[in-house]
Design a protein around this ligand. Structure first.
Ligand code: ADP
Length: 262
């Protein structure tokens, strides 16, 4: 290439090279911009729950709030939510794919129970009507238990974040001959049709002004979807603005004859 003896060819190549370099430097500048914006967004999102936590703790220390077990449960739920945000961010900054963890049969009902424990205090505090259907006994899916827990916590988190007091959240599990279908349905604010195709993309949030108040990262659904796809399942979000949202997780079930422990 550099030893080309034909002047017109070499001119073309230099033009090509310089336009490629131009394009590359433009892309790098765009990436740097994006990174800067991302860091600003992320630190803002992390500061919001911390400020709320600090205010609650100050109220307890100053004797404005009685330190009741319920209050501590609520603070704990806030800390767990904060921790989840950090985990989400960490995962998204460090890697582009869910970690290649070994997959083992995971009891779906146990995992859902744990996820519900994470969010129960906040749901109660928000006075949301919460209904959990009958959970199946001894049904397993092949995945990583921590990652599946993260999926359910992310979906439940969204269900209560975008649902107003006195509305409802319903969790249901259906088992077919091949799959286990978990649905989390809320009667919350819903998602506009135009945003629906993008909500599982990283950092995508519907109308940032509306979401700012809820202090999310726009990563919850993207991470949930990656984990579910990695476990050979599917995640579907259906929604109607002002009516509510249904998140459906379908995972292939492990035949119980293959499971040697509970
Ligand atoms: P976030 O951390 O912002 O909640 P997610 O990836 O979990 O990020 O969700 C992306 C966006 O999709 C949210 O910002 C919100 O606007 C919308 N969304 C997700 N779940 C729901 C829901 N159950 N009801 C209404 N809007 C939702």
């Amino acid at each position: 290439f550099f030893h080309n003896s034909n002047p017109s060819n070499s001119h073309n190549e230099i033009t090509y090279l310089s336009s490629t370099l131009n394009h590359m430097s433009q892309q790098l500048a765009q990436q740097a911009n994006l990174r800067e914006r991302l860091i600003q967004d992320v630190s803002h999102e992390l500061r919001t729950p911390l400020t709320a936590l600090k205010a609650s703790l100050a109220a307890i220390i100053d004797g404005v709030w009685m330190p009741t077990p319920e209050r501590f449960a609520l603070l704990m739920a806030e800390v767990t939510r904060f921790e989840k945000m950090v985990l989400d961010l960490e995962r998204s900054m460090i890697q582009t794919q869910p970690t290649m963890r070994a997959k083992v049969p995971v009891n779906i009902s146990n995992c859902l129970h744990l996820a519900i424990e994470h969010v129960k205090a906040i749901i109660e505090e928000k006075k949301i009507i919460f209904h959990v259907g009958i959970l199946p006994v001894d049904q397993y899916v092949l995945t990583d238990a921590d990652q599946l827990l993260q999926v359910f916590v992310n979906l439940l988190d969204n269900a209560y974040k975008y649902t107003l007091p006195h509305h409802s959240i319903e969790v249901k599990v259906e088992v077919t001959s091949r799959d286990i279908k978990t649905t989390i349905r809320d009667t919350g604010i819903g998602i506009p049709m135009k945003d629906l195709p993008y909500i599982c993309e990283r950092f995508y949030r519907v109308e940032s002004s509306r979401d700012r108040k809820t202090g999310g990262t726009g990563l919850g659904l993207a991470i949930a979807k990656e984990i579910i796809i990695d476990s050979n399942g599917s995640l579907q979000i259906e929604s109607q603005l002002g009516i509510g949202t249904i998140a459906t997780v379908i995972l292939p079930k492990v035949l119980s004859t293959f499971v040697s422990f509970s």
